[in-house]
Structures are given as C-alpha cells and as structure tokens.
Design a protein around this ligand. Structure first.
Ligand code: S3P
Length: 433
C-alpha cells in the first residue's frame, strides 16, 4: 500500500493535462460492445482498475477483447444472447458501476453467474438493483436477501416493467435498461431527478430506439444492434481535481483538452463558477453521442456557496474535491441533500469531515451533508484515504495549500479511476517558471 505526501506547491500549476478516459462511458462501451453484433473499437478508454475489472468480466463471459496500442480496445461483440456461462465468480473489484450494470445484463441470460467485489463493494447496497430486477422476473440471491454482494444470479426470461426509482442513480437506471434490452416488451425507468444518461446516449448512438420523456426512459427489448467505433472523452470527474487545484494555487493556468461535458455531469462547473472560479469552455462538440469540450482553468479567489438537492445528482462524484475548494474559499459552504455520498466507495461525508478537520478546517457533518468554513490556512496532517480514490486525490490537492506535508496513508486506490494522476499533477508543477 503506497502512501504520498503533498505540501504547499509554492509554484503555480502550468501546462496541459490529458486526464484519464471517462470511467462511466468505458464501462458502458465494454458492456454494450459485448452485447452488440460485430466489432466495437473503443478509443481513449479508462485504464483504471474499475474498468479493467469490467474488461476481465466481459472476457470471462466469453467475449474476445483485444488491446490495440495503449489507449484503444477492440470488443468482438457476441450479440444479446451470445455470452457464455463463466466458470468462476466475476470480481468487479471496487466498482459499483461494473457490478450493478452487469447484474442487469446477467439477470436476463440463460446461465448462472456470481458477481462479487472488494470489501468496500460488498458493503454497498445492492437491493436497489436486485429488487427492481426481480420485478422483471430476475432470480437474484445474495447476502441479506440480496442487499449485499456476492450476488448469485440464475438467468431468467425477463419481462419489461414500468419502474419508478426512489433514487436518482444512473447505476440503477442502467441496470434496468440493460435488463430491458433482453426483456420481452418495454422497460421504462422514471427517476426523481435526472442522473447521468451515458447508457441512453450510447444505445441511441448504436441505433437502439430509446425514448426519453422528462426523467422517464424506455427501451423495448430483444432488438439486435451492431457495434460501431466509440470515442471516450476525458473524464470530467478526473478533470475536477485539476480544476480545483489550479483554482486554489495562485497564478496557475491549466489546459484540459477533450473533456466530457454530459449535462448530467457538469455540476462541478456550475458550482465552481458560482464560487468565483475562472473556467473557460471551448470547442464544444458532440463525439460518439456525447458532448465534449476543452477547458482552461486559471486561479481565482473562491467564496462559499450553497449546494442543494437540484445540484446533487450532476455533481455526485465531485463532493470530496468540492470540499477542498470550499475549505480554500472565503466564507461558508453548505452542502445539503447529499446522503447518497454515504454509500459511495466510502462514506464520503464522514471521511471528508474527519480528514479536513485534521488539516484545520472547521467542518460540521450532518446526515445529508456538510457545512464548511473556508479561508483558513491548511496545516499538515496524517490523513487517511479510506481506500477511496476520490478521497485520496482530494487530499493530495489539499496538500498543495498546506503549510507542511499532508501525508495520505493509502494512495494505491487512485489506480481505481486515474492511473498516472500523481505524475500528471507533479508535471504541472515542474512546468512552472
Ligand atoms: C455512475 C453513477 C453514479 C456515480 C458513479 C458512476 C455510473 O453512481 O457515483 O461513480 O457510471 O453510472 P449512482 O448511480 O449510484 O449515483
């Protein structure tokens, strides 16, 4: 388990950074590529462990996937009914997206499979996918009646349902839509608020008829589709660490080319802009059905803001790094209605409250969020990542403002989503005059 210390940059961050490929889109490209007929070339895919685990699972289901150069994959799809029974358990590692989406696919196959993951994933709620999938006819067993993985799935003939999800979750919605591809009839998922719509966009891009009406999405099952080249943009959730780092380290200017701008993900840009950040969006275009742009961020003095319910789904993965932005901003930032953060890779409300307190930030935790009083100096501390990639990267960015070293116990977890993060951050510091 490797550790990392970061301390006051004393230098601006300057230069260009190519961030990891989008993790959400990579999972979907692998899964839909496997279910398509024929080849899907995936360029710019995320090399993070989460996606590599989905890649291994797809291979274990009998699908050939070739690595082409460093950044491209070729998936030889087998069609909706071409997957084969895996001879061993399918390990999704740390990835909630991998496990939940695959549960939807496997529920409708004609074989038995078991999905599991690491300790963190085995403690995350799975009833949110197992229960609605069961209403389609799925047979899913698991610990605590399927609330926790491992999940044992006996594939069944599924029937489309009309499901109203109590939570805005792209993982729940996508599990249902993927099961819906295999089901008889139409599957409709309605969410309380829109979550990221990568699954819907990729299906449409691949020629599948998906109907969207407000927050309701429907798909009709059993229609074959054909693979197509897919280009994966840089992950806005990975870019977020540099957006905040450059904002809070004086005199910085960083260029981030080719970043995904899915409107259900751009809460970080709205929040940082409301805080006074200087972020320019350039060359907005649509690539493989997803909006993509180049970003330039320059340092700015930030001030506290309120982040409430309507911003939560589109900012969901960015709260750890937004806590660091809030700690560097003047005044108070109040985060509310964000209780979903308690069931991520770790309880991110608790983790950020404990770790930012250690570095001298006044921070109060409540059930659904945090109140952070910013503007004080950050002091060095012995911090924990809780094995959560986003907590680790957020604390590393906090270190760039600290008066002595912030030491983070476990930074191997950064590999989950962003191999190379450390070198890319250090490169921006060495580019400085
Ligand atoms: C994801 C959906 C979100 C997000 C996760 C990726 C996806 O989870 O937090 O990192 O790719 O569908 P929820 O659907 O549980 O909100």
């Amino acid at each position: 388990m490797s550790a990392w210390s970061t301390t006051a940059a004393l230098k601006p961050l300057r230069g260009t950074v190519h961030v990891a490929g989008d993790k959400s889109i990579t999972h979907r490209a692998l899964i839909l590529g496997a279910l398509a007929n024929g080849e899907t070339t995936v360029s710019g895919y995320c090399l993070g462990e989460d996606c590599l685990n989905t890649l291994r699972v797809v291979r274990a289901l009998g699908v050939q996937v070739e690595e082409v150069g460093d950044t491209n994959l070729k998936v030889f799809g087998k069609g909706l009914w071409g997957l084969t029974e895996p001879s061993t358990v399918l390990d999704c590692g740390n990835s909630g997206t991998g496990l939940r989406l695959l549960a939807g696919v496997l529920a409708g196959q004609d074989f038995f499979s078991v999905l599991t993951g690491d300790t963190s994933l085995r403690n995350r709620p799975m009833g949110r996918v197992a229960n609605p999938l069961r209403t389609m006819g799925a047979s899913i067993a698991g610990r605590m009646a399927g609330e926790y993985a491992p999940l044992a799935i006996s594939g069944q003939r599924l029937t489309g349902v009309d499901y109203h999800s109590p939570v805005a979750s792209a993982q729940v919605k996508s599990a249902m839509l993927l099961a819906g591809l295999l089901a008889e009839g139409t599957t409709c998922v309605t969410e309380p608020m829109q979550s990221r719509d990568h699954t819907e966009r990729m299906l449409q891009y691949l020629g599948v008829d998906v109907e969207v009406e407000g927050t309701a999405v429907s798909v009709t099952g059993r229609g074959a589709f054909t693979g197509k080249p897919l280009s994966v943009p840089g992950d806005l959730s990975a870019a977020a660490f540099f957006l905040v780092a450059a904002s809070i380290v004086p005199d910085s200017e960083v260029f981030l080319p080719n970043i995904g701008m899915n409107p259900a993900r751009t809460g970080i840009l709205e929040v940082l802009t409301n805080m006074g950040a200087d972020i320019q969006i350039m060359n907005l275009q649509v690539v493989s059905g997803e909006p993509v742009a180049d970003l330039v961020v320059k340092s700015a003095s930030l001030h506290g803001v309120e982040i409430g319910a309507e911003l939560v789904p589109k900012t969901i993965d960015e709260f750890p790094i937004l806590c660091v932005a809030a700690a560097a901003a003047t005044g108070e930032t109040r985060i509310t209605d964000a209780q979903e953060l308690r069931v991520k890779e770790t309880d991110r409300i608790r983790a950020m409250a404990i770790e930012l307190s250690k570095i001298g930030i006044p921070i109060e935790e409540n059930q659904g969020g945090l109140n952070i009083t910013g503007g004080l100096s950050f002091r060095g501390a012995e911090c924990r990542s809780y094995g959560d990639h986003r907590v680790a990267m957020s604390l590393a960015v906090a270190g760039l403002r600290a008066d002595s070293a912030i030491h983070i116990d476990d930074t191997d977890c950064i590999e989950t989503s962003f191999p190379g993060f450390k070198d890319k951050l250090l490169d921006l510091l060495t580019n400085s005059p």
